[in-house]
Design a protein around this ligand. Structure first.
Ligand code: SER
Length: 315
């Protein structure tokens, strides 16, 4: 039997595209998508789907046993901006879902687990440029605290119980298939939608808030690459730094203006600017490159071109 894969949070921004990519790679029937709500037509129609709350251990265990799951991707989480509004709910969701998956992996001898961390693990005292793999980590957000704690638990379950859990620190992710929700880097997706519908955008970050970013195709490629690498090559069992490009809202606006010369941006920073101000501007990802051959493909110009083209087709 080919490997049975379970994706938790399959209807979210990353989960949707990850589900499609894994179904293409392993066959539709081998990839069970799950979420607390139903997803789009293509996701629901192309393979098995389960309504599943990642914080419910018994429900997860039932699905794992029913499908003889051997690999789990835990993509369910509350992002940075939303977590500031609902701190306890965010902590409970982000941590309990991770404990559930790590314990399931331990008890049911699940072969591999993927759990995403984030640039949000870094904070005010972390070096901002080319942030190293190992550095000061003083996250100031509920989301960042949950990711930092999660990294330590992944490392602990690996060394203590032999759980083969793998992780990357995603930067802000830019995609056209599914919208992000509740994040600080969401502006970099919203801006494309509003550029096409209104020819203008009011940005909730400051014009010079430079952050690490990545096109979704690269993020999916990184996820699949780390999960298919030999276990012995994964030397970091907390989470790997991962980088593709960095830009500010002003630089993104300029790149959009190369395609839509009349596009206008204005700035009205809110509480998300305070979050962004504590995150790195660029990331040193040499260890991911060395250990499992990570190499990004998409830069800002390519990302802008594809985003505008795909969203225009969908209008
Ligand atoms: N993109 C996420 C957020 O903005 C960071 O991991 O919350």
């Amino acid at each position: 039997m080919s490997s049975s894969i379970l994706i938790l949070g399959a209807c979210g921004q990353i989960g949707t595209e990850l589900t499609f990519a894994l179904r293409k790679l392993h066959g539709n029937e081998s990839v069970v998508a799950s979420d607390i709500r139903e997803g789009g037509e293509q996701l629901m129609k192309t393979g098995p789907f389960e309504l599943l709350d990642a914080t419910d251990y018994t429900a997860l265990e039932d699905v794992v046993m029913h499908y003889e799951i051997q690999e789990i991707y835990l993509m369910a989480a509350m992002l940075s901006a939303a977590s500031e509004k609902f701190p306890e709910r965010a902590w409970n969701l982000n941590m309990n879902s991770l404990f559930n998956v790590l314990n399931l992996a331990k008890e049911h001898k699940i072969e591999k687990v993927f759990w995403p961390s984030s640039i949000a693990v870094f904070g005010k005292h972390t070096p901002k440029e080319k942030t190293p793999q190992r550095s000061i980590m003083d996250p100031s957000t509920v989301y960042g605290i949950s990711k930092q704690a999660g990294e330590r638990w992944c490392n602990y379950y690996h060394h203590k119980f032999g759980v083969d859990v793998r992780s990357v620190r995603y930067p802000g992710l830019i995609s056209w298939q599914t919208l992000p929700g509740g994040g600080t880097t969401d502006y970099a997706v919203e801006i494309f939608h509003e550029a096409l519908s209104q020819n203008s955008y009011s940005c909730f970050l400051k014009e010079d808030a430079k952050l690490p970013m990545m096109f979704m195709e690269d993020a999916i490629k990184a996820t699949i690459r780390i999960m298919t690498a030999a276990s012995a090559s994964i030397s970091v069992r907390s989470s790997y730094n991962l980088s593709a490009m960095s830009f500010s809202p002003a630089e993104l606006a300029k790149s959009i203006q190369n395609h839509l010369p009349d596009f206008k941006i204005s700035y009205d920073p809110d509480f998300r600017q305070e979050i962004a101000a504590t995150w790195p501007s660029s990331i040193d990802d040499r260890e991911a490159r060395k250990d499992w051959g990570w190499l990004p493909e998409f830069d800002l110009e390519q990302t802008t071109t594809i985003m505008l083209q795909k969203l225009k087709e969908n209008l």
